[in-house]
Each structure stands twice: as structure tokens, then as C-alpha cells.
Write a protein that binds this ligand. Structure first.
Ligand SMILES: [Zn+2]
Ligand SMILES: [Zn+2]
Length: 394
């Protein structure tokens, strides 16, 4: 039997256990850097299966190391553990028991799938020529847990040579696997602009400097960054998502506030966008006799899959789900902190389709109706384990 066939079979046998882990995490979601219960369950299982376990990395992160028979190559497999601050609206038996917190991105499934892989790998460790390092990280959703895990040594001792991450994807048909070389997700950042004018009576605008007019002009001008400054072949986005000013219908306020997100597929483009946001806000404010304070914060780098790692992933995935079920996903302007690992170590971020229209699991990520098709989670476990096996047997 082909080793991957055996791994798939082992994963299938774990199907019920993977689903019950997922449901347990789903019912007990925890926000970024608060994943104590989840981390506890992860650590307990890894210890039971013979992993060397380090806890408390980046607050709640867990690292499990499995030493193979020989060799000193190390492959890392990563799962994120955090949930999101929203109320679940699904009427399912495993609905979130925590009001206002929900696993609406599928990270509960990631933890369950990686636990499944951990159990499989522990059973076949004598075949592995090298080490497997499992990275269960906190706070992917805006908390840059990956960056902190790296700072606290997640990629050292043993030094990681290759890394893979997996994300369930509701926009891909259930059971299919999306793999793409090169850019997959955007570099992301956030900005805020506060415009300072001069308040006054709504009837006497000539005595005031109206920050609402200034800020509105800035909002409009920001739209020209993507359309006029960025190469049309390249990709970027600037969205103002918050706008606040004033309290009364007849009072011109003295300041206006806006905040939003900027994204691009290339770092150079991201830098250009940031420079233009600052220039536009500054110059427009000055043109109107106002001043402003601009804050920008780069969040994640772009997620760029390495060619060699992508090639290995494609081969392994093909042997698990068949060539016809492999697809090249379209690039998205969403962001992922897995990008921090890929900046330092070769690897790839892979998408596992969990969208099934009959089961109603096609709702977008971060929606209160988000859910995954649990019947394909064993594929994720097989993929994680298969990647480690492939990398450590050649
Ligand atoms: Zn998310
Ligand atoms: Zn996510």
C-alpha cells in the first residue's frame, strides 16, 4: 500500500474523533491570547502521544515536537486556535456556548485536524527521518500571534526547514484542495486620520474650518490611490470603514475621524499606498486650512507560497483527493499572519474546501452563519500528516 493511502485510511478511522474535537472547540470558543482551554486540551493530547510539549509560547501557544528515527530535517505544521467576537446564529447541536464569541473562521477545525495528524504521525514516527514540529498558535485574527510565536522561538530548536499551514475555505467545494504558487493573500494594514478644523455655528461656516468637508474630500481623494497611483496590473485596496464627526445638527465640530484598511499583494505597493494616504490627508487638510494626524500600521506581510513547497503539497494532495480535486484558488485581498512564517522559512499555505450547498456550509468566513462540512476534516488531517511524511521520507 502507498504510504499516503495508509495515512488516509488512518485519518478516516479518526474521523469521529476529529469531529468531536472540532465540536468541543466550537462549543467553547476563545478569543486571541485567551485560548487557555483549547491549549490545555492540545497539550494534554500531545503529551499522551509522546510529543515533547512546550506551553505558554506567546501567552497561550503550544508547540509539540516529535523526534523521528534519524535525520535532522524539521517540518512544521501550523494551526491557529482563536475565535472571533460575534454571536453564532447557527441552530446546531454544537452551537457556541459563549455569548458573543464564535469560531466563525474555522480555526476550531484547524486545531482538530492538526490533532488528528499528530495522532497519526506519532504512530508512524519510526518511518520519519527527521522531526515534526506542531505549532498551535494564538491570535491569528488581528493579533499577529504568528509574529509573537516566531519572536518566542517557534522556528528554532529544532530549526524549522519547511512549514505548512492549512485553512478551511467555504468558497471552495467540499473536499477539494486549493494550492497556488506565489502570492495568495494580501499584505494588510490599518490607518486612521483625524482632521482638526475649527468649530462654529452651522449658520456661520465662514467663521469656522469645517473638518467634515475636509475629511469628506480626503475620503474621495483616497479612492484615487488605487485607480491612479497603483499600476493597473497590480492589486491594492483602500477602504474607509469608519467615519465619525459632530453631534448636533447646527454645530460645526472641531474635528472629524476616519479609519480603514489598506492592502496590497506586494510590499512595495503597500508602501506606496501608505505614502499616498499620508500625502493626500496632509495636503488636503492644508489646502482647507485644517491640520491632521495620520496613523498607519502594517499588520501582515503578503502570503507568498514558495515554489518547492507548493510542488510537494500538490503531489501529496493529488495522492489524497485525486488530480481532479486540486484547483488553483484565486488570489484574495484577505490577510493571514501565516505570512510571517513564510517570510522566514520556505513553505505554503493551503486551502481545504469545506463548502457544501446541501449542508449549508458555503456562508462566508466571519459570518454568524459560518460552518464547515465536518465530513472532509479527515482530509485535512491526512494532508498535514502526508506532508510531514513526504518531506521526511525523501
Ligand atoms: Zn478569519
Ligand atoms: Zn482564519
Amino acid at each position: 500500500m502507498h504510504p499516503l493511502e495508509r495515512i488516509v485510511q488512518m485519518a478516516r478511522e479518526l474521523n469521529d474523533e476529529i469531529i468531536s474535537w472540532r465540536r468541543d472547540f466550537h462549543m467553547h470558543p476563545e478569543l486571541g491570547y485567551h485560548e487557555r482551554r483549547t491549549a490545555g486540551i492540545v497539550a494534554e493530547n500531545l503529551r499522551k502521544w509522546g510529543y515533547r510539549v512546550i506551553t505558554g509560547v506567546a501567552e497561550t501557544g503550544v508547540i509539540g515536537v516529535l523526534r523521528g528515527a534519524e535525520g535532522d530535517k524539521t517540518i512544521a505544521l501550523r494551526a491557529d486556535m482563536d475565535a472571533l467576537p460575534l454571536n453564532e446564529e447557527n441552530d446546531v447541536p454544537y452551537r457556541s456556548k459563549v455569548k458573543g464569541v464564535m469560531h466563525a473562521c474555522g480555526h476550531d477545525a484547524h486545531v482538530a485536524m492538526l490533532l488528528g495528524a499528530a495522532k497519526i504521525l506519532a504512530k508512524i514516527k519510526d518511518e520519519l527521518k527527521g522531526n515534526v514540529k506542531l505549532i498551535f498558535q494564538p491570535a491569528e485574527e488581528g493579533g499577529n500571534g504568528a509574529e509573537r510565536m516566531i519572536k518566542e522561538g517557534a522556528l528554532d530548536d529544532p530549526k524549522v526547514d519547511m512549514i505548512y499551514g492549512l485553512h478551511v475555505w467555504s468558497q471552495i467545494e467540499s473536499g477539494r484542495i486549493g494550492i497556488k504558487e506565489g502570492p495568495l493573500l494580501a499584505a494588510t494594514g490599518s490607518f486612521s486620520i483625524e482632521v482638526y478644523g475649527k468649530g462654529g455655528h452651522g449658520a456661520y461656516p465662514h467663521q469656522a474650518v469645517d473638518p467634515i468637508v475636509v475629511a469628506s474630500s480626503i475620503v474621495v481623494a483616497l479612492q484615487s490611490i488605487v485607480s491612479r497611483n497603483v499600476d493597473p496590473i497590480d492589486s491594492a485596496v483602500v477602504s474607509v470603514c469608519t467615519f465619525r464627526a459632530g453631534k448636533a445638527f447646527n454645530v460645526i465640530p472641531d474635528k472629524a475621524f476616519m479609519a480603514g484598511t489598506y492592502r496590497a499583494l506586494r510590499k512595495e505597493t503597500l508602501n506606496l499606498v501608505v505614502r499616498r494616504i499620508r500625502e493626500i490627508a496632509d495636503h488636503i487638510s492644508r489646502a482647507y486650512g485644517a491640520t491632521c494626524d495620520v496613523q498607519t500600521r502594517d499588520i501582515t506581510p503578503p502570503t507568498i507560497n514558495h515554489p518547492e513547497a507548493t510542488k510537494i503539497a500538490k503531489e501529496v494532495a493529488m495522492n489524497i483527493v485525486g488530480e481532479g480535486n486540486i484547483l488553483i484558488p484565486s488570489v484574495s485581498m484577505g490577510g493571514e499572519d501565516f505570512a510571517f512564517y513564510l517570510e522566514r522559512v520556505p513553505g505554503a499555505f493551503i486551502l481545504l474546501g469545506t463548502g457544501n450547498s446541501e449542508k449549508g456550509t458555503m456562508n462566508p468566513h466571519h459570518s454568524p452563519h459560518f460552518d464547515v462540512d465536518e465530513d472532509v476534516l479527515y482530509i485535512g488531517s491526512a494532508l498535514y500528516a502526508g506532508l510531514a511524511h513526504a518531506y521526511l521520507t525523501t
